[in-house]
Design a protein around this ligand. Structure first.
Ligand code: NAP
Length: 250
């Protein structure tokens, strides 16, 4: 399913980071289907460009490292120059560097904190500054993870970053709510994407046993929730954290 195609984002501009593939790509597809102009920000310029061409319409791809303040500023500037506004930002880009603490290097810890936590902070800061100056407010959606709620073995870096994103989301929501800028978070569970494709069979079976709905989620099922948070359907929601997990770790 690519959205409900009701024009819920008609006339708006959405930036989605890490949207060359996976959950971000699914969000870009659904938002475009709802009438949004879409800016795909991703590390690899050609992958971002390819993704934008697959979606078509008013969609562009921009190379951007979310951990770099200059790249984030350029991403926002490009969106405004191309489409005239920034109405929605989804801070979705992410990496994993899983290892137990005995084996995790300082670089693996720093990289994950930098992309997820600092990247989300840079994006939230830059987009909210623009949205505050627009009369129409805006919606910022931060991709956390159920790993940030419960803590997962081998993910001390990732769980810390994803829990940090929840605190960041709530603090930012309090700062910019007066200007009609809403900031919410999503905590996906196990979703079928390139990030999770390589999972060992025994680990996958153990994870499935924890999921009441008994299956892995599809990226489109996260995208539908992102659409809800991006659109006026959630106009009285800010600082909320929505779990999309099939009931895992409820
Ligand atoms: P994915 O398939 O690996 O896609 C992530 C995208 O982000 C890739 O295109 C990646 O580019 C890009 N990226 C990585 N570092 C970046 C950076 N510094 N700047 C800009 N783009 C960058 O991952 P996904 O599964 O769709 O995950 C999307 C988000 O959902 C992440 O925040 C992830 O933590 C979260 N999440 C996923 C799951 C799941 O089960 N899949 C569960 C909970 C939360 P490269 O490929 O070039 O690295």
């Amino acid at each position: 399913m690519k959205g409900v195609n009701m024009g819920l984002l008609e006339g708006r501009t959405s930036i989605i980071t890490g949207a060359a593939q996976g959950i971000g790509f699914a969000i870009a597809e659904v938002f475009a289907g709802e009438g949004s102009r879409v800016v795909i920000g991703d590390l690899d310029a050609s992958a971002a460009d390819r993704a934008s061409k697959m979606i078509g319409g008013s969609t562009i791809g921009v190379r951007c490292d979310v951990a770099d303040a200059g790249d984030i500023d350029a991403l926002i500037t490009t969106a405004i120059a191309s489409f005239g506004s920034v109405d929605v930002l989804v801070n979705n880009a992410g990496i994993t560097r899983d290892a137990t603490m005995r084996k995790m290097t300082e670089a693996q810890f720093d990289d994950v904190i930098s992309v997820h936590l600092k990247g989300t902070w840079l994006g939230t800061r830059a987009a909210s500054a623009v949205m505050r100056d627009q009369d129409s407010g805006g919606s910022i959606i931060n991709m956390s993870s159920i790993s940030g709620k419960v803590g997962l073995l081998g993910q001390t870096n990732y769980s810390a970053a994803k829990a940090g994103i929840v605190g960041l989301t709530k603090a930012a929501a309090k700062e910019v709510g007066f200007a009609g800028v809403r900031v919410n978070a999503i905590q996906p569970g196990l979703i079928r994407t390139p990030m999770t494709e390589g999972m060992r069979d025994d680990i996958l079976a153990a994870r499935l046993a924890e999921i009441p709905l008994g299956r892995v989620g599809d990226p489109s099922e996260v995208a539908q929730v992102a659409l809800f948070l991006a659109s006026d359907m959630s106009s009285y929601m800010t600082g909320a954290v929505l779990e999309v997990t099939g009931g895992r770790h409820m």
